[in-house]
Design a protein around this ligand. Structure first.
Ligand SMILES: Nc1nc2c(ncn2[C@@H]2O[C@H](COP(=O)(O)OP(=O)(O)OP(=O)(O)O)[C@@H](O)[C@H]2O)c(=O)[nH]1
Ligand SMILES: [Mg+2]
Ligand SMILES: [Zn+2]
Length: 324
C-alpha cells in the first residue's frame, strides 16, 4: 500500500517535471482529437494554420484523452512525438469493470448524457453521470433521443418530472425526424461537449447529424459489431460548424463515476445537498439518523426514490473504494 502510494507520487512528480520542461522549451502544442493504441491524432496550430498529424507517445505519460492539450516535438522525417500533457482544467473519469480509473475526456465544459426511448433510460446511470458532472463543475445536459419512437406524448421515464424541477436542462431529440435538433445545436454552440451513454442510444447519429460533412470520418472509426450494427470504438473530437467542439465516445455498459474523496457523495445530488442543510447532524449520511431531512423528504414524496437509491449506491461506492 505504502509502496504504491509512493510510486503514484513519483509518477505525479515525473509528469509535473515533463510539463515544466515541455512548457519552458517552447515546444509545439496541439489538441488531441483521437487516441487509438499507442498513437494519437493531433491538431497542431502553426502560423494560423491547423494541421492534423499522427503522433507517437513518449512512455510513462499516463492516459491521453480527447480534449487534452499536449506538447510535442517534430522529428527529422515529419514524425511527431508527444512529450507531455499540459495541465488540465478538468478530467472526466470512470472506474472500469476491473476497478481501474479510466480517463474519458479532458478540458470539457459540458457533459451530454445521451438517453433514448430505446434502449430505455437507466436512471442510475444518469445519476452517476450527473454526479460526475456536479463534482467536476461540468455543465450537465440530458438528451432523450429517438423521441420519434415514443407513441404517446407523455413522460414515461419520469425524466421531466424528476430532473426538470432540479434545474437540469433536458432536450428531446430525433435524428429520424429532426425534432429538437436545433435546440440541441444551440446548447452545444461554444461549448466543449462530451457525449456519454450506453451503446445504441444514438451518440454517433447525433454527431453525424450535426456534422454532415464528416460522415466518412465517422464511419472510419466505427466498426460493425456482432449484430451488424456500427458501434464506436474510440472517442473522437469534432469541431462544430457553429463553434464549439463535440466528443463522441464509445458506448458504456455502466458508468461508475470516479468519486472525489474530498467531497461527500451528497454533493453530487442537488436536492439531497440542499435538503441536508436541515438535517439535525451536520455529518448526517441520510441513512437512519434521527432528524434526517432527506429521509423525511423521501417519506413524503418530495425526494424521488430512484434518486435516493442512486445516492445510496454512490455512498457505498465511495466507502468501498480502495485508494487509487
Ligand atoms: N428511430 C430512431 N433511431 C435512431 C435515432 N438515432 C439513432 N438511431 C438508430 O440507433 C442505432 C444506434 O445509433 P448509433 O448512433 O450508432 O448509437 P451510438 O450511441 O453511437 O452507439 P455506440 O457507438 O455503440 O455507443 C442506429 O441504428 C441508428 O440509426 C433516432 O432519433 N430515432
Ligand atoms: Mg457511436
Ligand atoms: Zn440526513
Amino acid at each position: 500500500m505504502a509502496r504504491r502510494r509512493l510510486s503514484q507520487q513519483q509518477r505525479q512528480r515525473i509528469r509535473q517535471a515533463q510539463q515544466t520542461e515541455a512548457l519552458s522549451a517552447d515546444h509545439l502544442q496541439a489538441l488531441v482529437v483521437s487516441h487509438q493504441g499507442g498513437r494519437v491524432l493531433l491538431e497542431v496550430e502553426r502560423d494560423d494554420a491547423v494541421n492534423t498529424v499522427d503522433a507517437k507517445i513518449k512512455s510513462n505519460l499516463g492516459s491521453i484523452v480527447c480534449g487534452d492539450r499536449v506538447a510535442l516535438e517534430q522529428g527529422d522525417r515529419d514524425d511527431y512525438r508527444v512529450l507531455a500533457i499540459l495541465p488540465r482544467a478538468n478530467l472526466l473519469q470512470r472506474i472500469d469493470g476491473f476497478g481501474n480509473t479510466r480517463a474519458v475526456a479532458a478540458n470539457i465544459s459540458q457533459l451530454v448524457v445521451c438517453l433514448a426511448v430505446v434502449p430505455a433510460p437507466n436512471l442510475l446511470l444518469l445519476d452517476q453521470y450527473l454526479l460526475s458532472a456536479e463534482q467536476q463543475d461540468i455543465r450537465p445536459l440530458i438528451v432523450l433521443n429517438k423521441i420519434d419512437l415514443l407513441e404517446h406524448a407523455s413522460d414515461p421515464f419520469e425524466l421531466e418530472s424528476i430532473y426538470r424541477p432540479l434545474g437540469y436542462d433536458l432536450v428531446n431529440t430525433s435524428v429520424e425526424n429532426g425534432t429538437g435538433m436545433d435546440l440541441l445545436r444551440d446548447r452545444l454552440a461554444g461549448e466543449v461537449s462530451v457525449l456519454g451513454g450506453v451503446s445504441g442510444v444514438g451518440k454517433s447519429s447525433l454527431t453525424r447529424w450535426l456534422l454532415p460533412d464528416e460522415e466518412i470520418r465517422i464511419a472510419d472509426i466505427s466498426a460493425a459489431n456482432e449484430e451488424g450494427r456500427h458501434t464506436t470504438r474510440s472517442s473522437r473530437l469534432y469541431h462544430l460548424p457553429g463553434g464549439g467542439d463535440l466528443i463522441d465516445t464509445p458506448g458504456v455498459r455502466g458508468f461508475n463515476p470516479w468519486i472525489d474523496r474530498s467531497l461527500s457523495p451528497a454533493q453530487g445530488f442537488r436536492e439531497i445537498r440542499e435538503l441536508a442543510n436541515a438535517c439535525r447532524f451536520h455529518n448526517c449520511q441520510h441513512l437512519r439518523e434521527p432528524g434526517c431531512a432527506v429521509v423525511t423528504a423521501l417519506g413524503d414524496g418530495r425526494l424521488a426514490s430512484s434518486r435516493y437509491q442512486s445516492y445510496l449506491r454512490s455512498l457505498e461506492a465511495a466507502d468501498t473504494r480502495t485508494d487509487r
